[in-house]
Design a protein. Structure first.
Length: 162
């Protein structure tokens, strides 16, 4: 295990869990996530990145992130209801994910949150919108980033910390 500490231009590998205010796990990533510290390319929540500063392999941090710095405020305009008969059968279950596009062609994922009285409701808010999120991050490794990693940052499709 390296004794290097996280600072600008260090390549960091970590796993994480995000919980809600009641301690319910909303997201857990056990596959290592890689990023270059201080590069801004990964879109890590700034408060989490600041908390990682100075940590080393083996450290675990916990960080509370308010909505204004994390997943934003809850937007009621991202919730829609429709007659269930207007919805394709594969989406007629709570938890189903539906991708929708606006007039500009931008897509967003909505989740079916409720089905009752012949109506189906979808919500495009992040599950932690309007809530304080608690991040538990375990640092797996810290090393000097290569010049290529510094230039590009390390992109990892598993990271969702933004």
């Amino acid at each position: 295990m390296s004794d290097q500490r996280i600072s600008r231009n260090k390549a960091v590998q970590f796993t994480y869990t995000i919980s809600d205010e009641q301690g319910n796990v909303v997201e857990q990533v056990d596959l290592p996530v890689n990023y270059v510290h201080g590069g801004g390319s990964m879109g890590l929540i700034e408060r989490v990145e600041r908390a990682l500063e100075g940590c080393q392999a083996g450290d675990t941090i916990e960080v509370e992130v308010p909505p204004s710095e994390g997943f934003g405020e809850y937007d009621p305009e991202l919730t829609f209801a429709d007659d269930i008969d207007n919805v394709p059968p594969q989406f007629r279950q709570v938890g189903a994910q539906v991708e929708m596009a606006n007039d500009a062609g931008e897509t967003k994922t909505f989740v079916v949150t409720k089905i009752e009285n012949g109506k189906l409701t979808v919500d495009g808010n992040h599950p932690l919108a309007g809530k304080t999120a608690k991040f538990a991050v375990k640092v797996l490794s810290v090393r000097d980033a290569t010049p290529e990693e510094i230039q590009q940052g390390i992109d990892n499709p598993n990271v969702k910390l933004h």
